[in-house]
Design a protein around this ligand. Structure first.
Ligand SMILES: *[C@@H]1O[C@H](CO)[C@@H](O)[C@H](O)[C@H]1NC(C)=O
Ligand SMILES: *[C@@H]1O[C@H](CO)[C@@H](O)[C@H](O)[C@H]1NC(C)=O
Ligand SMILES: *[C@@H]1O[C@H](CO)[C@@H](O)[C@H](O)[C@H]1NC(C)=O
Ligand SMILES: *[C@@H]1O[C@H](CO)[C@@H](O)[C@H](O)[C@H]1NC(C)=O
Ligand SMILES: *[C@@H]1O[C@H](CO)[C@@H](O)[C@H](O)[C@H]1NC(C)=O
Ligand SMILES: *[C@@H]1O[C@H](CO)[C@@H](O)[C@H](O)[C@H]1NC(C)=O
Ligand SMILES: *[C@@H]1O[C@H](CO)[C@@H](O)[C@H](O)[C@H]1NC(C)=O
Ligand SMILES: *[C@@H]1O[C@H](CO)[C@@H](O)[C@H](O)[C@H]1NC(C)=O
Ligand SMILES: *[C@@H]1O[C@H](CO)[C@@H](O)[C@H](O)[C@H]1NC(C)=O
Ligand SMILES: *[C@@H]1O[C@H](CO)[C@@H](O)[C@H](O)[C@H]1NC(C)=O
Ligand SMILES: *[C@@H]1O[C@H](CO)[C@@H](O)[C@H](O)[C@H]1NC(C)=O
Ligand SMILES: *[C@@H]1O[C@H](CO)[C@@H](O)[C@H](O)[C@H]1NC(C)=O
Length: 846
C-alpha cells in the first residue's frame, strides 16, 4: 500500500545531473530557497552541497529551541551530508520553525527525517508534524527504519511567515534533519478549490535510473523514474522540448516517455488511495517527442476512472502540455486508473511523459490574526520572553495555546484574535511595551508583579476593547494619563507602584502603603437634610442669575443663611423657605469643586428629572455664577445614623421599623440602578444618607453626585474612588472599578448596622471592621452578641437570620457574587413578612 511519505532512498539527494543540460536551467537561481541542514553547527554554515548545487545553512535563527545531534557513523557512507545532522526536541510539547515567506506564493515544502540512532538508544521516535495550526502528518520513524523518510506539500502562503512545528505525542523526542522551502515559479499551476496538495506520486516515465531535482528542476521537485517493463516501451529524444507551460518541468523529465509495447493496447496506470474518500488532483504532462511522418497520427482519449479529460488528444510536438482537472477527484473504492486509449484516427499508440498525483490536505484551522501575531511577537522580543510554549501559532490549536494568552474564535471563518494577555510575575523589566497597543482586540491585560519602569502610556486609553488592566506591583512612575482614568468601562489596577502619581488624590494615597487610613473622602457632599412639607414634592422653579455675586433669592430663602442643617464635602446645607411656607434644604456649592463645572451642571439638570418616593428629590437650583445652590426637599426627621446612635433622642427604632426603612432605601437604590436612564450608581450609600421625613418614610439622599453610567455595552465605569471608609466596596477601592454592586456592598454595611447597631469601625472591638467582626461572631456561633441589645430580643429570629444572611451576601468580596438590588428588595420584603406575621409586641417609635 502506498503512503504519502517517501523513503529517503528515493529522495534523490543522489541525483542524476545531465551536465550538458545544466546551463539551460542555471538561469533559475536558488536565492529564494530555504535549505536548512538542521543541527548544523553555525560555524560550518553555509556550505555548498556539490551534488545538488544547493547551499545549505544551519537552522539556528529559524528555531529557538531543541538540541543538536548527528546520526551514527555507520550512516555516513550512504547518507548525503545534509541529512547527517539533526535537531531534536526534548523540551516542550510543540517546537516550531518560523520561516519568512511571500504571502500569496505557492511553496513546495519538504521535511526529511532520519533517526540514525543518534542517541544510541536504538528506539525510533514517533511524533506529529504541523503546518501552522494544522496537522500535516504523523511521522512514525519505526516504519522507515534505517532509511528515513521525507514528506512534501505544495502550500500557498497565507501570511508572511510560515510555522513548521514538531509535536511530541508520546515519550519520544521529535527530530528533523532537513527542511526545504521552494517558491514555485507560478502561482496558478497547482490550483485547488480548497486545501493544500500533498505529494502522492511524482514520476517521469523512463528506463533510466536516478531521480531528477534541482538544478534540473527549477522548483526542486523530486522526480522519480517509473517504468512498467512488462507493458511499456520507451521513447526518448535528444531534441530540446519546450517546457515553458507554467509547470516548468525539467528537460530530462520531458525528454522521455512511455508507450504501450503493443501498438493497439491501452496505456494505463493504477494506484490506490486510502481511505477511499480521499480527494486528489492529477497533473499529466505530455509532449510528442518522436518526429512524426506525414502519414502518422498520435491521438488518444485521456480518462481518469473512466472520466474523460479529452476524448481525442494529440500531444504537441516538442512542447509540453499538462492535462488536469479543475476539481478534486475521488476513486471508487479507492482504486484509481488513468487510461490512454488510441482513437480510430490514430496510427501510433498513446504516450505519456510524466505524471503527478497529489491528495488534498485540509488545513481547516485559520492562523491567528496576523496583526495580533506580529504584536505578540514584538512584545516577546521587547521583553526577551523565552517561554517554551511561545512557539508556533499563538492561539491555535487550542491545546497549544500560548501560556498567559487567551483567544477568541467565535466564527471559525475568521482568524482567532488575542483577547487576554497575562504576563504577571514574568520578570519583565523596562517600560510598558508599545507593541501592546497593536493587540487591538485585547480585553484583559495583566502586567502585575514585574519590574516595569517608566510611565503609564497614554495608548492604553486608546485600546477600545480593554476592560481590565492590572499594573500592580511594578515600579511605574509619572502620572496616570487622564484619558485612561476617565475611560469608561475600564478597570485599572495600579496599586503597588510607589512612584506613580495620579491626577486624583485618591490614587496618590492609594499608591502608598497603608491604604485604608489615608483614603480621602473627597468629592462627597453630604446633604443632610431637606424639606417640603408633605411628601408631595412640587417642582418649583430654577433661578438663574449670571455673575451675581450676592444672590438676593438665596439670602432671602435661607433667611440670610440663618439655620445650618449640616455640612457636606462641598459646603454648608441651610434650612430655607420658598413660596412663603414650603421648607427646603439649600446646599451651597462653591466653584472650587473638583468636578468640572459644566459637567456638574449637566448632572444637576439630570437630577431634576429623577423622581422616586424613596429618593430625596432635588427641586431646583440657583445658578449664581460663582456659587450654585441646590434646593432639596426637607426631611424633617433627619438621618438614620442619628436615630441608630440615639443622638436624636426618642424611642429606639424597633426591628419592624428598621426593616421598613431599609426596604424603602433599597427601593430607592434599586430605582437608581434600574429605573433611571441612564442608570446611576450612588457611590455613597450609608446610614447618614438615609433620611426620614416626618412620617418616617425613608429616602436616599446624596445620590446627586453619582455619575451616570452607560447601559449598553459597558457595564462599569472607572472614576476616582469616592465613598466613606468602612462602606467602601473593597473591590471598587482596589480596582477603581465602579459598578452597581459597589452600592450593594455599602448597603450590606447598612444592613449590619441596623442589625447590630454597632459602629462600622471600632478600634476597641475584637475586630475593628464590622464585617470582620460579624464574620468572626458567626463562625463562633455567637449570634446573640451580634444583635442590637436595645431590641431586647423583640424580633422574629427567622426574619433576623435572613437579614444577616442577606447582609453577608451583599458583602461578598467578589462583586459578581453579590445580589442585585432587586434581589435585595425581594429578600428584605420576605424578612418584613416574617416579622409582620409574628404579630409581636410592636413598639411605637413615636
Ligand atoms: C524574517 O523577516 C524579518 C523581518 O520581516 C527579519 O527581521 C528576520 O530576520 C527574518 N528572518 C529570517 C530568518 O530571515
Ligand atoms: C505569487 O503571487 C503573489 C501575490 O499574489 C506575488 O507577490 C508573487 O510575486 C507571485 N509569485 C510568482 C512566482 O508569480
Ligand atoms: C514554448 O511554449 C509556450 C507555450 O506553451 C510558448 O508561449 C513559447 O513561445 C514557447 N517557446 C519557444 C522557445 O518556442
Ligand atoms: C493495463 O493495460 C494492460 C495492457 O497494456 C492490461 O494487460 C492490463 O489489464 C491493464 N490494467 C488494467 C487495470 O486495466
Ligand atoms: C507511412 O509512409 C511510409 C513511407 O513514407 C510508409 O513506409 C509507412 O508504411 C506509412 N505508414 C502508414 C501507417 O501508412
Ligand atoms: C483535446 O485536445 C486537443 C488537442 O490535442 C484540443 O484541440 C481539444 O480542444 C481538446 N479537447 C478538449 C475537450 O479539451
Ligand atoms: C494572571 O496569571 C496569574 C497566575 O500566573 C493569576 O494569578 C492571575 O489571576 C492572572 N490574571 C488575570 C487577570 O487573570
Ligand atoms: C524570574 O527570575 C527569577 C530569578 O532570576 C527566576 O528564578 C524565575 O524563574 C524567573 N521567573 C520567570 C517567570 O521567568
Ligand atoms: C504597530 O502596527 C503598526 C502598523 O500595523 C506598525 O507600523 C508598528 O510598527 C507596530 N508597532 C509596534 C510597536 O509593533
Ligand atoms: C492584580 O495583580 C495583583 C498581583 O498579581 C493581584 O494580587 C491582584 O489580585 C490583581 N487584581 C485583579 C483585579 O486581578
Ligand atoms: C527593578 O529594576 C531596577 C532598575 O532596573 C533595579 O534596580 C531593581 O533591583 C529591580 N528590582 C527587582 C525586584 O528586580
Ligand atoms: C520615571 O523613571 C525613569 C527611570 O526609570 C526616569 O527616567 C523618568 O524621568 C521618571 N519620570 C518621572 C516623571 O519621574
Amino acid at each position: 500500500m502506498e503512503t504519502h511519505p517517501q523513503a529517503l532512498r528515493f529522495c534523490a539527494l543522489i541525483c542524476i545531473t545531465f551536465s550538458s543540460l545544466l546551463h539551460l536551467v542555471q538561469t533559475q537561481d536558488q536565492k529564494e530557497f530555504i535549505s536548512l541542514d538542521c543541527g548544523l553547527p553555525p560555524n560550518e554554515s553555509p556550505y555548498n552541497f556539490v551534488k545538488l548545487g544547493l547551499t545549505f545553512t544551519t537552522d539556528e535563527g529559524y528555531v529557538k529551541t531543541g538540541k543538536t545531534g548527528k546520526v551514527q557513523k555507520e550512516f555516513e557512507q550512504t547518507t548525503p551530508k545534509p541529512i547527517l545532522n539533526l535537531r531534536y526536541f526534548p523540551e516542550g510539547k510543540r517546537n516550531c520553525y518560523t520561516l519568512n515567506v511571500t504571502q500569496g506564493t505557492d511553496y513546495l515544502i519538504r521535511a526529511l527525517f532520519l533517526y540514525g540512532n543518534y542517541d544510541g538508544l536504538n528506539k525510533y521516535p514517533s511524533f506529529d508534524l504541523y503546518l501552522g495550526p494544522n496537522l500535516w502528518e504523523t511521522i512514525d520513524l519505526s516504519l522507515w527504519g534505517t532509511e528515513g523518510v521525507y514528506d512534501e506539500i505544495i502550500h500557498k502562503a497565507i501570511s508572511k511567515s510560515l510555522q513548521i512545528c514538531l509535536v511530541k505525542t508520546g515519550t519520544s523526542y521529535p527530530l528533523i534533519n532537513v527542511l526545504e522551502l521552494r517558491p514555485l515559479q507560478n502561482n496558478n499551476t497547482y490550483n485547488t478549490q480548497r486545501g493544500s496538495l500533498r505529494r502522492f506520486r511524482r514520476n517521469y516515465f523512463t528506463t533510466a535510473i536516478g531521480n531528477v531535482r534541482y538544478p534540473n528542476d527549477v522548483s526542486d521537485r523530486i522526480w522519480i523514474p517509473n517504468f512498467d517493463e512488462k507493458n511499456w516501451k520507451e521513447v526518448t529524444t535528444d531534441l530540446n522540448v519546450n517546457t515553458s507551460n507554467g509547470y516548468n518541468l525539467p528537460q530530462v523529465v520531458m525528454a522521455s516517455a512511455s508507450t504501450p509495447k503493443s501498438d493497439f493496447a491501452a496505456w494505463n496506470f493504477t494506484w490506490f488511495l486510502s481511505p477511499s474518500t480521499t480527494q486528489f488532483y492529477i497533473y499529466m504532462h505530455f509532449a510528442e517527442i518522436r518526429t512524426l511522418q506525414a502519414n502518422e497520427t498520435r491521438e488518444f482519449s485521456v480518462s481518469v476512472n473512466g472520466n474523460h479529460i479529452n476524448e481525442s488528444y494529440s500531444p504537441k510536438t516538442l512542447s509540453t502540455e499538462t492535462l488536469s482537472y479543475s476539481t478534486p477527484q475521488q476513486c471508487e473504492d479507492g482504486k484509481c486508473i488513468v487510461e490512454l486509449l488510441r482513437t480510430s484516427k490514430a496510427t501510433l499508440p498513446p504516450l505519456m511523459n510524466a505524471l503527478e498525483i497529489y491528495t488534498v490536505i485540509d488545513f481547516p484551522l485559520l492562523e491567528t490574526n496576523q496583526d495580533d501575531v506580529l504584536a505578540i511577537k514584538s512584545i516577546q522580543n521587547t521583553y526577551g520572553l523565552s517561554r517554551i510554549s511561545w512557539q508556533g501559532d499563538p492561539c491555535v490549536p487550542k491545546e497549544f495555546l500560548w501560556d498567559g494568552l487567551n483567544c477568541e474564535n467565535s466564527d471559525s471563518s475568521e482568524p482567532p484574535i488575542v483577547t487576554y494577555l497575562n504576563l504577571s510575575s514574568s520578570n519583565l523589566t523596562g517600560i510598558i511595551a508599545s507593541g501592546i497597543q497593536n493587540l487591538t482586540h485585547l480585553k484583559e491585560l495583566d502586567l502585575s508583579n514585574n519590574n516595569l519602569t517608566g510611565g503609564v502610556p497614554e495608548f492604553l486609553a486608546g485600546m477600545k476593547s480593554l476592560l481590565i488592566i492590572n499594573l500592580s506591583g511594578n515600579n511605574l512612575n509619572g502620572s496616570v494619563p487622564q484619558a485612561l482614568l476617565q475611560k469608561k468601562g475600564l478597570k485599572l489596577i495600579r496599586d503597588g507602584n510607589p512612584d506613580l502619581i495620579c491626577a486624583d488624590e485618591s490614587c496618590a494615597n492609594k499608591s502608598g502603603g497603608s491604604k485604608k487610613k489615608t483614603i480621602v473622602v473627597a468629592v462627597i457632599v453630604s446633604v443632610v437634610v431637606a424639606v417640603v412639607l408633605g411628601s408631595t414634592v412640587a417642582l418649583f422653579f430654577v433661578f438663574r442669575k449670571k455673575r451675581t455675586s450676592n444672590s438676593a433669592e438665596v439670602v432671602t430663602m435661607t433667611n440670610n443663611f440663618g439655620r445650618v442643617l449640616g455640612k457636606g464635602g462641598f459646603g454648608m446645607v441651610y434650612h430655607g423657605i420658598v413660596n412663603g411656607s414650603q421648607q427646603v434644604a439649600v446646599k451651597m456649592l462653591s466653584h472650587s469643586s473638583s468636578q468640572g463645572y459644566k459637567e456638574f451642571k449637566a448632572e444637576v439638570e439630570l437630577l431634576l428629572r429623577v423622581h422616586h418616593k424613596n429618593l430625596v428629590g432635588l427641586v431646583g437650583y440657583c445658578d449664581e455664577g460663582a456659587n450654585l445652590a441646590l434646593i432639596y426637599e426637607y426631611m424633617a426627621k433627619g438621618d438614620l445614623r442619628e436615630h441608630m446612635s440615639g443622638k436624636r433622642g426618642g424611642t429606639i427604632l424597633n426591628w419592624e421599623t428598621r426593616l421598613k426603612i431599609v426596604v424603602e432605601s433599597a427601593q430607592g437604590l434599586e430605582y437608581l440602578h434600574n429605573g433611571c436612564k441612564p442608570p446611576m450608581i450612588h457611590r455613597d450609600v450609608k446610614t447618614a444618607n438615609i433620611l426620614l421625613n416626618e412620617h418616617f418614610q425613608a429616602k436616599l439622599a446624596d445620590f446627586g453626585l453619582s455619575r451616570s453610567f452607560p447601559v449598553e455595552g459597558e457595564t462599569h465605569v472607572s472614576t476616582a474612588v469616592v465613598g466613606t471608609p468602612g462602606y467602601l466596596d473593597p473591590e471598587y477601592y482596589q480596582t477603581n472599578w465602579l459598578n452597581e454592586k459597589s452600592d450593594v456592598y455599602s448597603f450590606g454595611i447598612v444592613l449590619l448596622e441596623i442589625i447590630t447597631n454597632q459602629h462600622v469601625i471600632n478600634q476597641n472591638r475584637e475586630k475593628p471592621y464590622i464585617v470582620e467582626w460579624v464574620g468572626l461572631m458567626l463562625t463562633k456561633g455567637d449570634i446573640q452578641n451580634i444583635m442590637d441589645p436595645k431590641l431586647f430580643g423583640d424580633y422574629d429570629s427567622n426574619s433576623v437570620w435572613r437579614a444577616v444572611e442577606l447582609a453577608m451576601s451583599c458583602l461578598n468580596p467578589s462583586s459578581a457574587r453579590r445580589p442585585t438590588m432587586s434581589q435585595v428588595v425581594t429578600k428584605l420584603n420576605e424578612c418584613l413578612a416574617y416579622e409582620n406575621s409574628r404579630g409581636g409586641t410592636s413598639q411605637n417609635m413615636n
